[in-house]
Design a protein around this ligand. Structure first.
Ligand code: 1PR
Length: 567
């Protein structure tokens, strides 16, 4: 677990596909003012990477601010650091196990005692506490008294998305902040400090939990500044620099709300000319007059959506089910390039499963995922393989611990594993006509059928399987998935609105967040999905690619209708 997988050392071959060049300032400018000027003469930032996740984004964010990052590869690097950033990823037990195994514990404790600047992010903050419910019996660094607890709340867990902060004391790290910004969170556990004077901010998600702490030169946040767009980069800038006084931002929430996320999705594949393009299907058919629809270049489009306010960007390699994603690596390049300039979460899907290459070398899904995380992905999404995994689980009747879902979630955490479901409606006259759970539908079938079940498909909708979407979602949650990306073949590309009945059926089956996808055609469709379902996010592709409705307009409309969004 958490081992440095050998694959990345072998990555020399670059893609022969043209991914398009980029020069992006997405999110990096407001008006004409470039807000990230290089910080000269600063002390180099040391980043502790214990090899279990996406630290690329933190490095990219710091480099975007003009600073140089040295990645600690030995305990001495931590001991000699001037400023240390510790982005934790994965699980508490795994993290402490690796830190111990690599002899980082003592130098880390010494650094924390030294009075030199330290920034812990997410698990890197939880590590500072004594214990965690995530790994009973495993000792944390114990700098702060208190423990890390699991959310036991009436809302979906993990807590994923953009939420605000209630600021509890003055600090330098929030210099320049208005106090009303939202930051990106993704976690199932939260800290419970015994000493209340260390609390810098709290956040509300059914309960009020501590979302950052500060003591002397030590700052640590549950949210991810490197994934929080402009306010996150401002916070990192304050950590890196020395400017700014200890002060309170002009305003602060008294109670915060998790925003409904608007996600832009880029279905990516090679066209007949060998260019990697963003395409878009109508009910998964991406060809128009025989040619693959070309709606733009992946990196450029991702940059545009970041600048326009997308809360998250999803790339789906739609031919991943038949190609080996690591043989020719265009998607890895797309991720690497995108994550240099796009500071919101990136999800990548397509082809995440075990492989045997032409030379007979075996690759596990975990290795494929590891390569994506190293290239800048925050979450991976599993489509076809999840269906086969669930079918096997139902057949065997127990967890075997070997599936892609189990392996990847064990190393990278549940929140990093998204299940992309591609269902289509199968109409029946009565519930007795099928063994699958049915929905009584307000949209009758072609022969007036009043019931339907949602059949899962694999290979981009080409093959229907004998399992329904609600069962798939439930089983995948049990195996360790942290989120569901719920497509709908019937609605994909139709502009007819989300399939509300489908979203409700799946949402009822799971306690993890659900992203409603497919069919968005106007701003009212986003309102409908948030009013009529409990979906945490809505994803769209066609309307954004074709510039029919900008993301900002969707958000402005939702805001007017009192739906909480990040603006
Ligand atoms: O099966 O693990 O290799 O993953 C393949 C992934 O590629 C799956 O997540 C699957 O959903 C996706 N995929 C495969 N073939 C297609 C296709 O279109 N031919 N795209 C495809 C799925 C659906 C959505 C789309 C929304 C919103 N795309 O992601 O973006 O439906 O569209 P809209 O707003 O225009 O209606 P694996």
């Amino acid at each position: 677990m958490g081992q440095m997988l050998p694959l990345h050392r072998k990555r020399q071959k670059r893609s022969s596909l043209n991914i398009g060049s980029v020069s992006l300032e997405g999110g990096g400018t407001r008006g004409s003012r470039p807000f990230f000027l290089p910080y000269r003469g600063r002390k180099m930032i040391t980043l502790l990477d214990y090899g279990a996740g996406n630290v690329r984004s933190v490095i990219n964010a710091i480099e975007k601010l003009g600073e140089t990052v040295k990645v600690a590869s030995r305990p001495e690097d931590v001991a000699n650091a001037e400023k240390l950033v510790f982005p934790g990823v994965g699980s508490f037990g795994n993290m402490m196990h690796i830190l111990k195994g690599k002899n980082y514990i003592d130098p880390l404790k010494a650094f924390l005692d030294s009075g030199k600047p330290f920034l812990g992010i997410c698990l890197g903050m939880q590590a500072l506490f004594e214990t965690s419910e995530e790994a009973p019996g495993v000792e944390g660094l114990g700098l702060f008294k208190g423990c890390v607890k699991r959310f036991r709340i009436g809302k979906s867990v993990p807590h994923i998305g953009w939420n605000g902060i209630n600021i509890k004391k003055p600090s330098r790290i929030l210099t320049g902040a208005a106090g009303t910004e939202k930051f990106y969170f993704v976690h199932s556990y939260y800290i419970d400090p015994e000493e209340t004077d260390v609390i810098l901010t709290t956040t509300d998600y059914d309960i009020e939990f501590v979302s950052s702490v500060q003591k002397g030169s030590i700052t640590a946040t549950q949210f991810h500044p490197e994934k929080s767009g402009r306010p996150g980069l401002e916070l990192l800038k304050n950590f890196i620099g020395t400017a700014g006084q200890t002060s309170m931002p002009p305003s602060s929430h008294t109670k915060t709300d998790l925003a409904k996320r608007i996600i832009a999705c880029l279905d990516v594949r090679a066209n007949d000319q060998g260019d990697l393009v963003v395409t878009k299907g109508d009910q998964y058919d991406v060809r128009e007059q025989g040619a693959v629809r070309n709606l733009g270049r992946p990196v450029e489009l991702a940059g545009r959506y970041y600048a326009e306010g997308a809360d998250e960007i999803t790339f789906l390699n739609i031919t991943g089910f038949r190609d080996f994603p690591l043989e020719d690596m265009p998607m890895l390049q797309v991720l690497e390039e995108t994550s240099k300039t796009v500071f919101v979460p990136l999800t990548i899907g397509g082809g995440i499963r075990d492989y045997v290459d032409r030379g007979g070398r075996k690759y596990t899904a975990l290795e494929v995922a590891a390569e994506y995380f190293r290239s800048g992905a925050d979450k991976i999404s599993i489509g076809s393989d999840a269906v086969l995994i669930a079918e096997r689980y139902l057949k065997v009747g127990k967890k075997e611990g070997q599936s892609a879902i189990e392996q990847i979630s064990r190393v990278y955490g549940n929140q990093a594993v998204v299940i992309s479901i591609d269902p289509r409606r199968i109409y029946v006259i009565s519930p007795e006509d099928t063994s699958h759970p049915v929905v009584e539908t307000s949209i009758p079938g072609p022969d007036g059928e009043k019931y339907c079940w949602y059949q899962c498909t694999i290979k981009g909708g080409r093959e229907g399987r004998d399992i329904d979407a609600t069962t798939l979602a439930r089983v995948c949650e049990e195996l360790g998935a942290g989120e569901i990306l719920l497509n709908c073949i019937d609605r994909d590309g139709t502009n007819a609105g989300f399939d509300i009945e489908l979203v409700n059926a799946v949402k009822r089956a799971v306690s993890i967040p659900v992203i409603a996808s497919s069919g968005a055609g106007c701003v009212e469709h986003f309102l409908e999905v948030f009013e009529k379902t409990e979906a945490e996010a809505a994803l769209a592709a066609g309307i954004f690619h074709r510039r029919e409705i900008p993301i900002a307009e969707v958000k402005a409309y939702l805001d007017e209708q009192a739906v909480v969004v990040r603006r």
